[in-house]
Design a protein around this ligand. Sequence first.
Ligand code: ATP
Ligand code: MG
Length: 430
Amino acid sequence: MSSLIQPVRGMNDVLVEETPVWQLVERMAADLLSAYGYQEMRVPVVENTQLFKRAIGEFTDVVEKEMYTFTDAGGESLTLRPEATAGMVRAAISNGLLRGARLKVWCIGPMFRHEKPQKGRYRQFHQVDVEAIGFAGPDVDIELIALTARLWQKLGIERVTLQINSLGTADSRRDYRALLQDYFRAQFDVLDADSRRRLEGNPLRILDSKNPDLQALIAGAPLLTEHLDVESAAHFAALRRGLDALGIPYAVNPRLVRGLDYYSRTVFEWTTDALGSQDAVCSGGRYDGLISQLGGDATPAIGFAMGVERIVELVRQAGSTPAPPLPDVYVIAQGDAGVQAALVAAERLRHELPDRVVHVNLGGGNFKAQFRRADKSGASYALILGDDEIARGVAGWKSLRDDDAQRELPLADLARQVETALAARAERVN
Ligand code: ATP
Ligand code: MG
């Protein structure tokens, strides 16, 4: 007895009923990014483990607990990407794309994190990832956020709100970090194991803890926004003025530090109240130090990632799910000659009427069964090819949506006559 092979926990199949929403989200994102001057770049799903450790930071949930790391047959430690920025930046460096150049690039694809699977949180999930490399901002920060706001508008997503914060520069964070360490050290007994470990390694991470028992302590911690260096404060003020000028509402959240280590200055996050506790739909920020940290020339940059599963769910809730296109014509055939004539007629229609959707009955069946399938397909018309029709050089033409009598179309002039009938019907229906 062979037993069933189970799917991997936290990794989902996207079934045919769901793909139209996915395609809508993907298409809208791609079109919008292109309109803002971003180009698609494709990078591997697997990278050297060291890339993520260096880019994301050792004291993060992602690196400490969530990475799918394995040793390949050649003995190399590789990791399924948990996020895309590291790989995008690595690609820009490896391909010599930087050197003072400015890049506006994006990618889409699966990410992998070994988290506890629940609604909205999976082990394989998808992100649209956007990076603007070589721009110091704040103009690009403002435009990137405007782009995300426009995407929500286009997708009909309303229940999202924007939070922003500034993390200052790595230098200004050093003083703040010491302050924070003093604060948390004084409360060492209250800290959980993760936070104790992070206290020395990276105390800012504690602010990002999701442990409910720590929230009161975190709420009392000193604020980074009050310890910003002068230039970062000016950058942040300009960001706020820009968002105001564009009429994009936001809240400043001084606790927003983001889960990954590489951010500096601007960070932002879009959250929703429509998805329960998995409320983050899009987040990002500036990472001016990352590229030099990975061995490239020092280059300012900003980027963000959005979670496709969560956006798909919001679009579904908003009811903006597109219906798949229904066939215009369903070709029905009887007999060997009929089956062949049906395939020939369908290919001719597809060639001459490329915007029309033509389905052919496959797998035989008597006329009654084929008409049933034609009706179920949602097609407007059935085109019928039996021995008798073929012998006379015609095809039967029957409306599946109203009581019009069946008539015949000459095969020699099929495409033109089909188009005329479809256009006349569209006129009647609209
Ligand atoms: P969260 O707070 O939900 O764990 P995060 O801060 O870890 O999110 P990022 O690393 O910033 O998330 O990733 C960007 C986006 O990717 C998130 O806003 C979210 O929409 C999505 N995302 C992150 N992790 C998952 C996951 N495990 N399953 C589904 N979507 C996810
Ligand atoms: Mg997370």
